[in-house]
Design a protein around this ligand. Structure first.
Ligand SMILES: C[S@@+](CC[C@H](N)C(=O)[O-])C[C@H]1O[C@@H](n2cnc3c(N)ncnc32)[C@H](O)[C@@H]1O
Length: 287
């Protein structure tokens, strides 16, 4: 980690500690925003991880890199404490003061516990890795938020099984995945049975790994235009991609060449495309 980075981090932490001294009896707990008691365990999606194999797997998926970690939705620390043993600066964010109070008393010195809403928490802009056992009711807003944040390099997420599959484009991609694919690569790591949590949720979960591409398939300034294109094609009318793209104004010969190069059959649907095929189609549209 650069000196610059560590001095910024310690400045940030110092500010947080100052806040925490005012707000909490435990010096490691920082309150970023004044929340009332936020709700019951069910409302907060408090399905806590209890399966040690899954916990170990999540920790193993954190890349071996010299950068801080952020954990969203830390709960009572099922992941926080094993992550802390990696010895990297770790900020654990949780909204429930009952959990942050408890966590603040047990974490080692490299961990800062922040009481905040993960939909508003401002993580570092410098590179870091993120872990989150996502409260199920917040899955889509958390994913949307993640894609707009610039600092994280890898996000290891636990989500509902169907969401993890869809976001990793297993059995077909969603529009959200297609729209961010040039900048992130998603991967489904494994299924996590409902019995790995207490209380037990009604559905299984999955471990989803998102990596920021070191070399994006498109430059950042093309993002909006590309995302509009992806939405128009995804929701476009036609019996398959050839027809949809032709209706979108792409020359038929170019579409045929693109389809050959990307192994796309004429009747294929937008959800069947991979990241390279999406970018290829977008490039044809820009010619
Ligand atoms: C699925 S549990 C995960 C807890 C812990 N990481 C684990 O794996 O056992 C989700 C956690 O997110 C917390 N939470 C719910 N909504 C939140 C929000 N908006 N901001 C921060 N934490 C939230 C809940 O209180 C709960 O502790």
């Amino acid at each position: 980690m650069s000196r610059n980075h560590s001095s910024r981090t310690s400045a940030r932490n110092a500010a947080r500690h100052a806040l925490s001294r005012a707000a909490s009896p435990d010096r490691r707990v920082t309150t970023e925003a004044a929340h009332d008691l936020p709700g019951g365990a069910h409302e907060l999606g408090q399905n806590l991880l209890v399966d040690t194999q899954v916990i170990r797997r999540v920790v193993d998926l954190v890349p071996d890199a010299d950068r801080p970690l952020v954990e969203w939705a830390a709960g009572r620390g099922a992941l926080t404490l094993p992550l802390a043993r990696l010895g990297r600066p770790l900020e654990a964010v949780e909204i429930d003061p009952r959990s942050t109070g408890r966590l603040g008393r047990t974490v080692p010195g490299n961990v800062t516990v922040t009481r905040d809403d993960i939909l508003r928490h401002a993580p570092p802009s410098d590179p870091y890795d993120l872990v989150c056992n996502v409260p199920f009711h917040l899955t889509t807003p958390v994913l949307r938020r993640l894609f707009t944040l610039t600092g994280w390099q890898r996000a290891v997420l636990i989500t509902q099984w169907e969401v993890a599959r869809k976001r990793a484009a297993v059995g077909g991609a969603t529009l959200l995945t297609a729209q961010w694919w040039p900048w992130f690569s998603p991967r489904l790591d494994r299924r996590v049975p409902a019995g790995a949590f207490r209380p037990r949720p009604s559905v299984d979960a999955g471990v989803l790994v998102l990596d920021r591409r070191a070399e994006p398939l498109l430059p950042a300034h093309e993002q909006r235009r590309y995302q509009r294109f992806a939405a128009a094609v995804f929701n476009g009318r036609g019996r398959g991609l050839h027809e949809i793209l032709a209706r979108h104004g792409l020359p038929r010969d170019d579409v045929r060449r693109w389809a050959r190069e990307n192994d796309v059959r004429p009747g294929a649907l937008p959800r069947e495309l991979d990241a390279h095929a999406w970018v290829g189609a977008y490039r044809v549209s820009r010619r």
